[in-house]
Design a protein around this ligand. Structure first.
Ligand code: FAQ
Length: 338
C-alpha cells in the first residue's frame, strides 16, 4: 500500500498558501488550469467590453454639442481603447494571444458585456453611460484591484482611476441637461429611464444563478458576489439621482431601515438572457462593426509589425553600454539626469 505524504512544497500547496496569505499569483507561478481558464475568460470578456464599449459613445463624437464636450468624449473613447490594451496584455501573461481572443470575440465564442448592446439614441445617453455604466463598472472593478492574479489587479488600478473621471463627466453632463431647458431635462430623464435596468444587469445573474461566483470567490478573483455589488451600486445611485434632480425608473425603490439598504424592483432576467443569446437591440451591429474595424485595421498591424522588425534589427547593433546608461537614468536624457 502506498501512502501519500502531503508535500508542503508541492505546487498546489504553494498556490493555496499564497491565496490564503492574500499574496498575488504572478505569471510564472504554478496555477491550476481551471484558475488560468477562468481568468482568461473573465479578462477577455472584460477587454472585449472595453473595445466594443467604444462604439455606442463614438456614435456621438461628430454630434457633440460643443468643442469642449467633443474633446472630452474623444478622450474618453480613447481611454476605453487603452483599457482594452491593458487587459489584452494581462491575458497575454496567461499565455493567450490577442489575435486568438479577438478571433473568439469576432466568431461569437467569447462574450462582451450585455450593456453595450443597447443604442445611444440621444446626446443624454452619453451622460447616462458615464454616470450609470461607468459607475457600475467602478463598483464592480474597485474590488478587482485586489484580485489574486497580479497583472489583472495592477491593470485594474489604472483603469479604475480613469473610470472615475468618466463617471464624473457623465454626472456633470446629466446635471447640465437636468438644469437646462424643459426639453433638455426630459432628454436626461429619458436616458436614465432606458439605461437604469440594463446597468443593474451588468453585475451578472443573481447569486443563486451565477455559475462561476463561488469558485471565483474561493480563488479571490472576485471579492464580492454579483448581488452584493449590485446592491452597493443601487445604494450609491439613489442620493446621486436626487442631486441630479432625476428619477430612477423603479416604483419599488425604497429605503429599508432593517436591512440598511434600498429595496428595488425585480430585474427582467429574460431580457438579460435574450441579450446574451445575441438578440439585444444592437448585438449584430456591434459585432459587424468590430469585424469591419479589424479588417480595415489590417494595414496598421502590418505596418506596426514591419516597424517593430526594423526596430529590432536596429537594436541588435546597439551599443550595450549605451543602453545601460539610458536605463540607469530612467530614460531621461544625460543632462537632465545629471
Ligand atoms: N454581460 O457566473 P457569472 C466596461 C455571463 S464595464 C454578458 O456570474 P462571472 C467599462 C458570464 O460571463 C463591463 N455576460 O459570471 C466601460 C457567464 O457566462 P460564461 C465589463 C455576462 O464571470 C464603460 C455567465 O453570464 N466589465 O466595459 C454578464 O463570475 C463605458 C454566468 O455569470 C467586466 O467584465 C453581462 N453583464 O461574473 C467601457 C468586469 N454577466 O462565460 C466603455 C469583470 C454575466 O459562463 C464604456 N468581470 N455574464 O459563458 C466580472 O466582474 C464578472 O465576469 C461578471 C460576471 C460580474 C461580469
Amino acid at each position: 500500500m502506498t501512502t501519500t505524504v502531503p508535500d508542503a512544497q508541492a505546487p498546489e500547496a504553494v498556490f493555496d498558501a499564497a491565496l490564503a496569505a492574500d499574496e498575488r499569483i504572478e505569471p510564472r507561478d504554478w496555477m491550476p488550469d481551471a484558475y488560468r481558464a477562468t481568468l482568461v475568460r473573465q479578462i477577455a470578456q472584460h477587454a472585449h467590453s472595453e473595445i466594443i464599449g467604444m462604439q455606442p459613445e463614438a456614435n456621438w463624437i461628430t454630434r457633440a454639442p460643443s468643442l469642449r464636450r467633443k474633446a472630452i468624449l474623444m478622450a474618453k473613447v480613447q481611454d476605453e481603447a487603452g483599457h482594452g490594451l491593458y487587459l489584452y496584455s494581462a491575458a497575454e501573461t496567461l499565455g493567450t494571444g490577442r489575435e486568438e481572443l479577438l478571433d473568439k470575440l469576432h466568431s461569437g465564442r467569447q462574450r462582451y458585456s450585455s450593456i453595450f448592446n443597447y443604442p445611444t439614441l440621444t446626446w443624454a445617453d452619453v451622460g447616462a453611460i458615464g454616470w450609470l455604466v461607468d459607475g457600475a463598472a467602478i463598483t464592480n472593478q474597485v474590488p478587482l484591484c485586489r484580485c489574486s492574479y497580479g497583472p489583472y489587479a495592477r491593470a485594474m488600478i489604472r483603469i479604475c482611476k480613469e473610470e472615475s473621471f468618466h463617471q464624473r463627466q457623465g454626472y456633470e453632463l446629466l446635471l447640465a441637461l437636468s438644469r437646462g431647458t424643459e426639453a433638455q431635462h426630459a432628454m436626461a430623464q429619458d436616458a436614465v429611464n432606458r439605461w437604469w435596468w440594463p446597468s443593474l444587469m451588468m453585475f451578472g445573474p443573481p447569486d443563486d444563478a451565477s455559475a462561476h461566483s463561488a469558485q471565483s470567490m474561493a480563488w479571490k478573483i472576485k471579492r464580492h458576489s454579483n448581488d452584493e455589488l449590485r446592491q452597493r451600486f443601487v445604494d450609491i445611485c439613489v442620493p446621486q439621482a436626487e442631486s441630479l434632480g432625476l428619477t430612477l425608473p423603479d416604483p419599488d425603490l425604497r429605503w429599508n431601515e432593517q436591512r440598511g439598504h434600498h429595496d428595488f424592483g425585480a430585474i427582467d432576467w429574460d431580457e438579460f438572457h435574450e441579450v446574451l443569446r445575441g438578440n439585444g437591440p444592437c448585438n449584430e451591429q456591434r459585432i459587424e462593426r468590430r469585424r469591419r474595424a479589424h479588417e480595415e485595421g489590417a494595414w496598421v498591424r502590418e505596418a506596426a509589425a514591419a516597424y517593430a522588425a526594423k526596430h529590432d534589427g536596429h537594436h541588435g547593433t546597439h551599443d550595450k553600454h549605451a543602453e545601460h546608461t539610458e536605463h540607469d537614468n530612467h530614460g531621461k536624457p544625460e543632462e537632465a539626469a545629471a
